[in-house]
Ligand binder design. Structure first.
Ligand code: SF4
Length: 310
């Protein structure tokens, strides 16, 4: 927001763009753009982002956040849109030294290198401290009008926000699921077991996740909202539910056809979350909510459930 407003104030026409993926959506960016009176272009990079995530050249941050490669990919995508939108150069709100992984000087250079258009990048908030790129060398942008913000403190940014009367802004890194420890653990589990497919990733935000074998996991709704979300997500997954007692939905995610033994483990685990069910009860299951097959199982012990929890 600050970089956009600063450049706009200097007379540049700025076109904000948001890159959405499976792990971050545009809702907050839309609110932000609206607040500063700009229209936001939303560009979907889900597939490319997922491919990058499987093997990021610069690795991951504290969780499953491959920030350097992620920024590089976004700039590469922006570069491909330059002709379409008649863009002369690209700006970003990156600040030197602000983020431990992606905004150190060497990281900004790495991002530039990955972007394949590093000579067309300007970081208005820190550009005074950075190597000149074409827009500066050619005099399209005056270096003295760029800023020299650096470091993790946000004092100057907050002052700028006040000046621009910005009241809505997000926590740094907020909104990206890849920075969330629990989500990252579940994603890492998919990655380790070759299940990095969009259909499996779609479930990661919802419910409790348990791995019952190398090829099979079960997701159990924690509340009504989860159960509704799981109902909407299930396409041809096996769905399980206790037959005669209220309780959560269970959904199997698997890359093989689950054996009866696996289904029994899943059913027994699900039963643990049906408070009103006795120690032994019937669980029904089937695809497309045709829960026609019944299996009688014992409730799994809480200790055992913990062992399966991802
Ligand atoms: S926090 Fe998420 S969206 Fe931001 S650069 Fe890192 S991986 Fe990409």
């Amino acid at each position: 927001m600050l970089a956009v407003l600063h450049m706009s104030e200097l007379g540049f026409e700025v076109l904000p763009i948001f890159f959405k993926s499976l792990f971050f959506g545009p809702e907050n960016a839309k609110k932000a753009a609206e607040q500063i009176g700009f229209e936001l272009i939303v560009h979907d990079i889900s597939e490319k982002h997922l491919e990058m995530l499987k093997n990021p050249r610069y690795g991951f941050g504290k969780n499953m956040n491959p920030c350097i490669d992620c920024h590089g990919l976004m700039f590469r995508e922006a570069a491909q849109l330059m002709e379409q939108y008649k863009i002369d150069f690209i700006i970003s709100g990156e600040v030197l030294g602000q983020r431990p992984m992606s905004q150190r000087r060497d990281a900004l250079n790495a991002v530039g290198k990955l972007s394949q258009i590093k000579d067309l990048l300007v970081r208005p908030l820190s550009q005074k401290l950075l190597t000149d790129t074409i827009p500066i060398r050619e005099g399209w942008v005056k270096k003295e009008e760029m800023l020299d913000i650096q470091g993790r403190g946000r004092y100057r940014q907050i002052e700028m926000a006040k000046k621009y009367k910005i009241t809505f802004y997000q926590n740094p890194g907020g909104g990206c699921l890849l920075t969330d420890a629990g989500y990252s653990r579940r994603l890492r589990d998919l990655m380790d077991l070759d299940m990095m497919e969009m259909k499996f990733i779609a479930f990661l935000k919802t419910g409790r996740h348990f791995r019952i074998s190398e090829n099979i996991k079960i997701i159990v709704g924690r509340n009504e909202k989860d159960n509704d979300a799981l109902t909407n997500l299930a396409v041809d997954e096996i769905v399980l539910q206790a037959k005669d007692f209220p309780g959560p939905l269970g959904i199997l995610n698997s890359i093989i056809l689950p054996a009866e033994e696996d289904i029994k483990i899943a059913a027994s685990l699900l039963l643990r979350y049906c408070n009103k069910a006795p120690e032994t009860a019937t669980v029904v299951y089937g695809k497309k909510f045709q829960l026609q097959i019944a299996v009688e199982v014992k409730k799994m012990s809480s200790e055992k459930v913990e062992e399966y929890l991802i």
